[in-house]
Design a protein. Sequence first.
Length: 175
Amino acid sequence: MKDLVRLRTSLSEEIEAVLNEQIKLEAKSSSIYLAMAGWCERNGFDHSADFFFKQSDEERMHMLKIFKYICDMGGKAISPDVAGIEQEFTSFRGIFEDALVQEIRVTQSINNIVDKCHKFKDYTTVGFMEWFLKEQREEEFIARRALELFDVIGEEGVGRYMIDKKIPELTYSAD
Ligand SMILES: [Fe+2]
Ligand SMILES: [Fe+2]
């Protein structure tokens, strides 16, 4: 029976498994960003809160993109369990450091998936993952630029207020 079901999908079990792991990671990112948005709201950083609400939505969109891809390919997409999300953060700057670390982790994970796809000669999924590689360039760029604001503006006096104000202006153009 299992073999018969497998005929419905050209996804190998290994690729399906790493894609489901990525669904989990994107869902976790979404929850982490939501926790960050909440912390920023509680601490008076309104623009950063909006920024993290938007990031959280984007991560859910990434998760859905992979979920639907697995479905389209005839595989079994797993709705992710997310637990153990930290709700408190050490500082305003600490949040942006955590955000960059999280994005780097996601990039590494996507690279590993592409690597595995090559090993299994799954070039359809390689093509699908290209969108994510490009997206990660943007995500890491924005996260680094946000952190740089802390060094350029400084946190003293109205520094944090100014940093928060600058957060919505961060954009990335790949061209
Ligand atoms: Fe993502
Ligand atoms: Fe991201």
